[in-house]
Design a protein around this ligand. Sequence first.
Ligand SMILES: Cc1cc2nc3c(=O)[nH]c(=O)nc-3n(C[C@H](O)[C@H](O)[C@H](O)COP(=O)(O)O)c2cc1C
Length: 228
Amino acid sequence: MQRYNALPDFPENYGVVMTLTNRPRRLLHLDSSPRRDGCSRKLTQRFVTIWQQANPQAQILYRDIGQQPIPHLDEIWVAAYETDPQDRSPEMREAITLSDQLIDELIISDCYVFGIPMYNLSVPSTFKAYIDQIVRRDRTVSFQDGIPHGALKDKKILVITTRKFSYRADSGRAERDFQTPFLRAIFAVIGITDVSFIHADHLAAEPAIRQTFLTEAEQTLEQLALHW
Ligand SMILES: Cc1cc2nc3c(=O)[nH]c(=O)nc-3n(C[C@H](O)[C@H](O)[C@H](O)COP(=O)(O)O)c2cc1C
């Protein structure tokens, strides 16, 4: 398995990569749990391992924003965002470099597998920081008459969530799930509408119940990984 945090051949070969029509598929694997032994990590890893066996030529890019958090946007970042690239100061260019790199990873990948725990009914703040870095008017989305047109139209994403409770339709908690609708909405803004979710629920329940839901999530992702 080929794994790297930053693309070793970037940016020199970037144009070449984009023009290759028969290049190997690329999968971006992202974990956002701060816990090294987090359940979402194990599930994304399981999916990627099986997917890699089914796609032996494919390349895997890996980004761990749980262990290596993405910085929140600051004043200089916003100034850079609001300034045309050719007019940015060196300080602005430096502030927005990581954002460009994260977006490049999305552009050169064909599909994405993200592990995202539920935190306080939504996503962990480190994942929100990642979203703030990749939703860029000048790169991943343009607006016409206030309607967003996303640049990542031909991509697909699998989101594996881990949650203490269940927020499914029959759970009585569905209206408190701000994670799934937020992710669908923000991915749509940048053009990603092929979005699949696998929820590993009830992770704090008694062992038998926990195991039932964990097994269900594992079996679902194992099946999906063979043909995704
Ligand atoms: C700060 C914090 C907030 C959480 N908020 C929720 C929540 O709102 N709903 C829920 O079902 N689980 C919640 N959990 C439980 C986690 O989603 C659960 O432990 C999950 O397994 C964490 O993912 P990980 O094992 O990949 O780290 C929370 C956990 C933490 C640490």
